[in-house]
Design a protein around this ligand. Sequence first.
Ligand code: GLU
Length: 456
Amino acid sequence: MDNINVRFAPSPTGYLHVGGLRTALYNYLFAKQNNGNLILRIEDTDQSRKVDGAISNLVESLNKCGIIFDKGPERYDKNDLFIQSNRLHLYHDAVELLLDDGYAYICLDDNFQKYRDKIFSKEELVNKEYHVRLKIPNNELSFDDDIRGKINFDLSLINDPVILKTDGFPTYHLANVVDDHDMHISHVIRGEEWLPSTPIHVLLYQYFNWELPVFIHLPLLLNPDKSKLSKRQGHVAVDDFLNDGYLADALINFIALLGWNPKTNDELFSIDQLINQFNINNVQKAGAVFDIDKLNWMNAQYLKNTEVSQLLPIAKKIFINNNFIIKDESDLVSIVEFGKSRCNTIKDIVQLANPFFQDLTYNPDYLSLLADSKSKAIYLILIEKIEGLQLVSESDIKLIISDIGNKMNLKGKDLFFPIRLAIWGDVHGPDIGLIIKILEKEKSLERLHRALNYGK
Ligand code: GLU
């Protein structure tokens, strides 16, 4: 295929939705596979819905996920031609063409039927507010969608849509088609929710006598109950997932499979593997269920397989956002090392590390172990030994505990469970030396005293 140009065309109305990420990703993969260009175009013709900072947020979220554009707004300012509000002259020219050819008409109010065949002179419009509508004929229109095949649409079902508003801004339909043509878009890959708008777009292409792009409408994203994916059932903003410690690579891998599958049992794909294997022609028609359990499973695989050093910058941020301050970076390394094979997300690692930062609660199943006289004897010796240390190090603690084991003839569970229960609240958890080192002397002693006095 020659000259493949695709685009992602979000409206800057807030955050990047996972559905938007999927659209951007499929466009990106398709462009990469075909040596094409991926264009980012900001569709801000509805000025009332514009949100400050939304463009930079969108670009940042996409970049974090590895989606880089070949062309798009760089400065986000009033001269940037990838932002529709800076391209009004193009839409005005297009409206003139349609008016001249009788495909559009000027209306002075919403009672549009009465203006359908009226032609205003320039003088009649001076100081008047008006909008422009597209004339929709009463016939059938058909077009092809690469995934859905031929689509027939009865145009008599729709009213003449507004294409230019009284504020001088075009509506989505006009701006979208004018830009797709101007930017030489070869394939329009977008969500299914835009399918009902496509007949209007096709009609515009016919009126302008422009070549149609290939249309590809991606299946809806659904909640597990098959309703349209909504905030009510969990996160939908890409940033919320990233802030919870889902890894961008895992999120991309998961999102890629919402509507496409490789027809093998493989489920884990890096973005490069996706570029190799993704096939837009295999995208399904049926809605794709956003299964958070699957995302959790997938993220766990990525966590396990990612080096701690790579996780550290993200982990640091997430710990701080959750008000967990770890003084010593090597302690964070140990916590992440411990948690990454046990947790689904980095936020889960924060949860797992909770006992470091919060008041201890004991696992109720082991309260009798706390009250046991052997446990008390261990606590006594441990307290005495730790009190004798200036600073606690992991190796000191190891030595002390193995001494206690020898003296009391205890090993394994019998030795470790009571100690971990006292300082961690549970019999399973991170290495005892690490716990005591991170807690430091005073807090460790406090916990050992509390255990010693438990039940007394
Ligand atoms: N501005 C539309 C959106 O927000 C673009 C739809 C399209 O890709 O044509 O998704």
